[in-house]
Design a protein around this ligand. Structure first.
Ligand code: APR
Length: 177
């Protein structure tokens, strides 16, 4: 599958399974218990192995809009950054700010750990029901703003699991850069 580059290569768009990414950190769209679930969370826990659950249990939870970091265990990625996206409740309950915060806090943690490359799934756009267009707009704008102001991470990947999100990201990234 082809990789599309934007912002001088610092933003990369890819369609595929995030658990297979060869990057320093993959981001997990977790829930506030951090104890696993379906979607990308389930896939990451299965691929990373049982030590991940142990590590998450020790952390004890994560608030919506916040992020925590664990090792990547059996993943190729050295780290997993777990962030908790907002559940879509119509858009008047702070969802845009909380979703932006997921991307920002994840990038801040990445910068703290000298992480050069990080891959994001489309946070909140599955079980949590966030409209795909709006979520992509927030993801792209928040990442772009962070990268303008910080030299690390070097590369941010948007990993889309299907055509729908991929096409939305491609269109928005082309329009912006
Ligand atoms: N690689 C990349 N993206 C994936 C993968 C994967 N292996 N599996 C699913 N996705 C995509 C989905 O297509 C969706 O666009 O991740 C996006 C986020 O969907 P969810 O995983 O459902 O996450 P979210 O909407 O944030 O809901 C979080 O789901 O299972 C749980 O524990 C998790 O309760 C939490 C909730």
């Amino acid at each position: 599958m082809e990789i599309k580059e934007f912002m001088g290569g610092r933003i990369r768009l890819f369609m595929g399974d995030i658990t297979l990414m060869e990057v320093d950190a993959v981001v997990n769209a977790a829930n506030s218990s951090l104890l696993g679930g379906g979607g990308v969370d389930g896939a990451i826990h299965r691929a990373a192995g049982p030590q991940l659950l142990e590590s998450c249990r020790k952390i004890g939870g994560c608030a919506t809009g916040d992020a925590v970091i664990t090792p990547g265990f059996n993943l190729k990625a050295k780290y997993i950054i777990h962030t908790v996206g907002p559940i879509w409740r119509g858009g008047q309950h702070g969802e845009p700010n909380l979703l932006a915060s997921c991307y920002r806090k994840s990038l801040e943690l990445a910068a703290c750990h000298q992480i050069k490359s990080i891959a994001f799934p489309n946070i909140s756009t599955g079980a949590y029901g966030y409209p795909h267009q709006e979520a992509a707009e927030i993801a792209i704008n928040t990442v772009n703003e962070f990268l303008i102001n910080h030299s690390i991470p070097d590369y941010v990947w948007f990993v889309c699991f299907g055509n729908s999100n991929y096409n939305i990201y491609e269109e928005k990234l082309r329009a912006k850069f």
